[in-house]
Design a protein around this ligand. Structure first.
Ligand SMILES: [Zn+2]
Length: 333
C-alpha cells in the first residue's frame, strides 16, 4: 500500500481479483507464490503433471516430501499456498487445459497467466483470452534464455501477431536438449507477476508494450518494441476473430512432455475412471501404488501414472505410438 502506484485502492483491487494460472511447474511456482503473497484473493491453478525429484531444481514451491507423497503439482501447490496465505482462495485442478475445459476454468477470472511449457496450450490460451477479452501474460524459458509479453486483447499485439504459428517440432531447443537454468525462471516469472499486479490493481497504462527477452548467462536484457505490431500484421486472431485452437480445429490431446521422456495421453470425452477397479485389473501385472489423486504402476520399461479422468502419463518413452500401445495393453481402450 505504501508503494504509490498501488496505494490502498490498488491493494484492495488485488484482494478482489481472480487469476487463472495454467501450469504450475517452474514459472507457475514463482507466479503463484508471488501473487498469493501479494494478496491476490482468488487463484485457480490448473496443472496436468505430478512431481518428480528433478523438478526441485527450479520449481520452488515444492520439496522432497511432496515428491515422496506422489502429489500432483496443483495439489501440492494449493497446500503450500494456503500455508503461506490462509485468506487466499486457491483452487487446485488436476487436468490438462484443453479446448473443452478452458471456458469453465476461466469462469470468474480477471486474467490468465501462462505457466505452461508448450506452444499448443499457449495458442489455446491466446484464443480464449482474445475471444473473452481477458488480459494474459505469456512467459517461456529454455536454457538460460526466457521471454515474456503482455497481451491486452483489442489493444496490444497477441501471441499470433508475434508468431503466426508455433515453431515446428525439432526446430527449437527443448528442455531435453538445452536444460533450464534455475535463475532465468525466477526472472521471467517475476516480470510476468509484476505485469499481473499492474493489471489486477488497475494500472493497465503501466504494462509493458515490449517483448522482453532475457539472456541470463550473458546478463543481457533486450526489449523488442511490439507497440505497432497489432496494426502492422494481418493477425487471424485479432483481425478476423478466428479461434482454431479454442474450436478444437488445431491442437491435440497428446503431448510429449518436455524433458521427461514421457508422453501424456488424454481422452476429454471419457467418463471418470475408477482407480480402485484399475488397481484390481493390474493386480499381478506390476507394482501398483496409489493415493487419492492418482494411481501409478510399473510394467515392462514403463512407469505409468493414471488420473481419475482417464488421462495417463507414460514414462519411459517419448514415442506417442509406443505410449498408446502401452495404454491399450495395460489400461484398455
Ligand atoms: Zn493478434
Amino acid at each position: 500500500m505504501r508503494y504509490p502506484p498501488l496505494g490502498e485502492q490498488g491493494q484492495r483491487n488485488l484482494v478482489n481479483s481472480s487469476v487463472l494460472l495454467c501450469g504450475c511447474g517452474a514459472l507457475g511456482s514463482v507466479l503463484a507464490n508471488t501473487l498469493v503473497r501479494a494478496g491476490v484473493g482468488h487463484l485457480r491453478i490448473v496443472d496436468r503433471d505430478f512431481l518428480e525429484l528433478n523438478n526441485l531444481q527450479r520449481q520452488v514451491l515444492y520439496d522432497e516430501q511432496d515428491v515422496a507423497a506422489g502429489l500432483p503439482k496443483a495439489t501440492a501447490a494449493q497446500r503450500k499456498l494456503q500455508a503461506i496465505n490462509s485468506d487466499a482462495h486457491v483452487d487446485a485442478v488436476v487436468a490438462d487445459v484443453d479446448a473443452g475445459n478452458i471456458g469453465k476454468f476461466l469462469d470468474g477470472a480477471n486474467m490468465i497467466l501462462d505457466g505452461t511449457d508448450n506452444f499448443e496450450t499457449r495458442y489455446l490460451i491466446n484464443d480464449a483470452a482474445v475471444k473473452h477479452n481477458l488480459p494474459w501474460v505469456y512467459g517461456g524459458c529454455i536454457g538460460a534464455e526466457g521471454q515474456t509479453m503482455t497481451i491486452l486483447p483489442g489493444q496490444t499485439a497477441c501471441l499470433r501477431c508475434l508468431m503466426q504459428d508455433a515453431p515446428a517440432p525439432g526446430t527449437t531447443p527443448t528442455c531435453d536438449t538445452a536444460g533450464i537454468l534455475g535463475p532465468i525462471v525466477n526472472v521471467v516469472a517475476s516480470f510476468q507477476a509484476c505485469e499481473a499486479i499492474k493489471i489486477l490493481s488497475g494500472n493497465r497504462a503501466a504494462i509493458s508494450r515490449s517483448l522482453t527477452v532475457v539472456q541470463m548467462w550473458d546478463s543481457r536484457i533486450r526489449q523488442v518494441d511490439v507497440s505497432t505490431l497489432r496494426d502492422a500484421v494481418d493477425c487471424p486472431t485479432c483481425k478476423k476473430h478466428e479461434y482454431p485452437w479454442l474450436q478444437g480445429q488445431r491442437g491435440t490431446h497428446t503431448a510429449v512432455l518436455c524433458g521427461r521422456n514421457a508422453v501424456q495421453l488424454s481422452f476429454p470425452d471419457r467418463q471418470q475412471m475408477s482407480l480402485d477397479a484399475l488397481a484390481d485389473q493390474l493386480d499381478g501385472v506390476g507394482k501398483v501404488t496409489r493415493n487419492e489423486f492418482l494411481l501409478r504402476f510399473t510394467a515392462d520399461k514403463y512407469q505409468v501414472t493414471v488420473f481419475p479422468d482417464g488421462r495417463a502419463i507414460i514414462g519411459g518413452t517419448d514415442d506417442v505410438a509406443e505410449a498408446r500401445n502401452a495404454y491399450a495393453k495395460y489400461i484398455g481402450h
